[in-house]
Design a protein around this ligand. Sequence first.
Ligand code: ATP
Ligand code: MG
Length: 399
Amino acid sequence: MDPLEQLAEALRRRLIERARDGAAAGAGSGGSLVDDVRELVDSEAPALPVDEREALTARVVRLATGLGPLEPLLADPAVDEVMVNGPGDVYVERSGRIERTGLSFGAEAELMHSIERVLAPLGRRVDEASPLCDARLPDGSRVNVVIPPLALDGPCLTIRKFRTMGFSLDDLVGNGTLPRGLADFLASCVAARAAVLVSGGTGSGKTTTLGALSGAIPDGERIVTIEDAAELRLRQRHVVRLESRPANVEGRGEVTIRQLVRNALRMRPDRIVVGEVRGAEALDMLMALNTGHEGSLTTVHANSPEDALRRVETLALMAGLGLPHRAVREQVAGALDLVIHQARAADGSRRVESVAEVVRAPGGAGTRELYRLRRGRPLWRPPGGGELAARLELVGAAA
Ligand SMILES: Nc1ncnc2c1ncn2[C@@H]1O[C@H](COP(=O)(O)OP(=O)(O)OP(=O)(O)O)[C@@H](O)[C@H]1O
Ligand SMILES: [Mg+2]
């Protein structure tokens, strides 16, 4: 550590002590962090020239707010995900591949400090009583924290970095996620207000594809997005972004995706884009889609298009306890038009593996495959059995 670094670290500790004493005395400092640090630097290092004091101030602020040794990873545009499994083990995902970095934190306490520094300004915290936490950084990156005793080898921190430039459909064609013809077909389905479900496993690129598809929503429509941790960045101007909220430390104040979906219906939406259905909101979405709110887009965690429909059905059934199974199946068949299934290959690349239209089958909803990747070769047939063909015909899109 160079002397300036050492001084900066010492000042950071002083800053924390002062903040703690201030909080104990019931007084906030009132000023901004930068002002507080500048004042501290002025009083502790008055002999330094002005420009060095400014540099020192900037350094202390970075130490006090940043993620310490992780900062260079967060600044590296090639890194998509940062994974810390305890103080000694830091991994990153670069271009779809997971690599171990040589980085580490000095001790578990240092890692905990970094985690606290990240969560505190967001009004969140983790401790033994609530050892799990989800949060979003000011830049949009998604953070998850699990600490002992749940995490056995020390605090775990996972950061999905926010891409300032999301992928467009063209980008996804460019990197081989799907062929051009399929991308054009999906774009016309979205424009024709088909209700689209993107399915896949964890990290398979569902949210990314959802964002790319939303680019095909015509300008001039009013879009409401609903997410747990806002990741979507839509290109359109007229977008209202809503984010759910977990309960606070006292267990109060929770606002669920379901409540936001219900609320969105009163906001005169042309489209509702839900980041992921994983709970009771499935039922509300189905009902909305069946009562004129067409063209919604969402994702679900599933292993195939068929499985995706079953999953939505199950979630809706659990939400509407007492609703006959048959009625819920009817809702699914009537509400959804298209399922896009995607997967992450062993080499880290993401591929659209299968696209299916939703058709009415005896007793509920079924899928009819339109596109499949078999041994690297695309197989394709036009829609026919469901409502999708009619929808496309209505807008004059070639299927
Ligand atoms: N088609 C793609 N090509 C290359 N990289 C991609 C692609 N789709 C997603 N990624 C990268 O993979 C990571 C995960 O993507 P994404 O968040 O879209 O997945 P997900 O299925 O929504 O994940 P989760 O299950 O955690 O919600 C991101 O870092 C993203 O940049
Ligand atoms: Mg996602």
